[in-house]
Design a protein around this ligand. Structure first.
Ligand code: ASP
Length: 437
């Protein structure tokens, strides 16, 4: 039995947080592999170490001096080391990193040092072996991730050590330079480690007690989701829910390793379980989550007798493909076709798009409407439950909100509605209320 525990930046922001992490690890000896982020914000006015390191890189690129800024970074780490009473000195490491930065080491190298140094401290504090991610996580020449080599190396290396700390966020390129995942990528490292050691569970420790059913900035104190499937989470993350990095599901998904989102500040809370499937939902028919995003546009194409033309949709999509634009949804009628796209993707090419679509399909009209917000109401229970859609639409109707678009995937995992951006917040509030009171 083994558990992989990943701790986010707020869980390791200062010595007090390190102590909480150690108590969590000590409670369960199965927590053998630990993946830390870089120290995060200690309070709302604070700066994450990762951001300070990015600033160092930018300063060097602009020909500016980094002495003071780098000193601040050293002080953050030294403060933690001192308060924890560790007999550890990172002075040599600081020298090497500072030198590399001053000699234009890459942007990714700069950012990765946040996790690297934090990992060293955490390993010393826990008495775990430190395994540099650059020796076990690999990227290809073109920057894409290399799953096979990573999995093999991680597995053989980690099964050798009893307990290990593997810093999150980065790995190595074939030429020996450092590359990071995208922001928040320590979640991916945790998932890779969990997959490599076939962990029983991947715990992702953060500063909230799980995923919330809706964005707490919109709904006041939303309830926590107890169990969610990978598929549902994917739908919600795509639509803007942000507790876990979007790509962190893929490695563990293959072996169906559950992810448990937990709160370092409230370890007694059970958090959210993210699982492959749920066998018995106890007749639970409520929705799992609501998420949404603004910033969409609809390209509406009308042509009489469109339904009799074959290849109509293909021609329209080819125009988009040529412009490098991907579409989000394709709600269609008999003589109408709508293509929902991100507004930012069509900025600057609107007129071209209209005339190219006209040319391709000789439409009666092609119009583009902006200010569309999409809201996804996600729930595995929808397949069995009747009336979910009715409840969503009724709630939105009661709130006097006009629905501009509806889309329900055939998987019946979600219902997507499009509303005016001005109605976005009230639509989410009203849907939440309809299902959860
Ligand atoms: N420290 C990195 C970031 O701030 C990676 C992470 O925390 O997951 O994005």
């Amino acid at each position: 039995m083994s558990i992989v525990a990943k701790f986010g930046g707020s869980s390791l922001a200062d010595a007090e947080q390190f102590r909480k992490v150690r108590s969590i690890i000590e409670v369960n000896s199965e927590r053998k592999y630990v993946v830390p982020s870089a120290p995060g914000k200690r309070d709302s006015g604070d700066v994450k170490v990762t951001d300070m390191l990015y600033s160092c890189y930018e300063k060097v690129a602009a020909g500016e001096d980094i002495t003071e800024l780098f000193q601040e970074i050293e002080e953050r780490y030294n403060g933690i080391i001192k308060e924890l009473g560790l007999a550890l000195s990172l002075h040599k490491e600081y020298e090497i990193i500072k030198n590399a930065l001053q000699n234009n080491a890459g942007r990714d190298f700069a950012a990765s040092r946040g996790e690297y140094l934090n990992g060293m401290i955490l390993a010393a504090f826990l008495g775990y072996e430190f395994v540099d991610a650059a020796t076990v996580i690999f990227f290809n020449e073109d920057g894409s991730f290399q799953p096979k080599k990573t999995n093999d190396m991680l597995r053989s290396r980690l099964l050798q050590c009893g307990n290990a700390v593997i810093p999150g966020f980065y790995g190595m390129m074939p030429n020996g330079t450092i590359k990071t995942f995208s922001r928040g990528g320590s979640d991916i490292t945790g998932s890779l480690v969990a997959c490599a050691v076939t962990a029983d569970i991947y715990e992702n420790w953060t500063d909230v007690s799980g995923l919330m059913i809706a964005d707490p900035r919109i709904v006041d104190q939303p309830k926590i989701i107890k169990t969610i499937t990978y598929k549902e989470l994917r739908e919600l993350s795509y639509m803007g829910a942000t507790v876990l990095h979007e790509d962190a599901i893929f490695p563990v998904r293959i072996d169906k390793i559950p992810i448990n989102i937990r709160n370092t500040n409230r370890p007694e809370d059970e958090g959210t379980m993210i699982v492959s499937e749920v066998d018995n939902d106890g007749g639970n028919t409520t929705i799992t989550g609501i998420a949404g995003k603004k910033g969409f546009s609809v390209i509406s194409i009308e042509k009489a007798m469109m339904n009799q033309e074959t290849g109509f949709g293909k021609k329209v999509l080819e125009v988009l493909e040529k412009q490098g634009i991907s579409f989000e949804h394709l709600p269609s009628g008999i003589d109408t076709m709508s293509v929902v796209v991100a507004t930012k993707d069509i900025a600057g090419v609107k007129n071209e798009l209209i005339s190219e679509i006209n040319e391709a399909v000789h439409a009666d009209s092609v119009d583009i409407h902006n200010n569309l917000a999409l809201i996804a109401v996600v729930g595995r229970g929808m397949i069995r439950a009747k009336g979910t859609a009715a409840k969503v639409f009724h709630a939105v109707y009661e709130a006097d909100i006009n629905i501009r678009m509806i889309d329900q995937g055939s998987s019946e995992l979600n219902i997507i509605i499009g509303v005016d951006e001005d109605d976005f917040v009230s639509a989410i509030k009203t849907i939440y209320k309809a299902f959860l009171g």
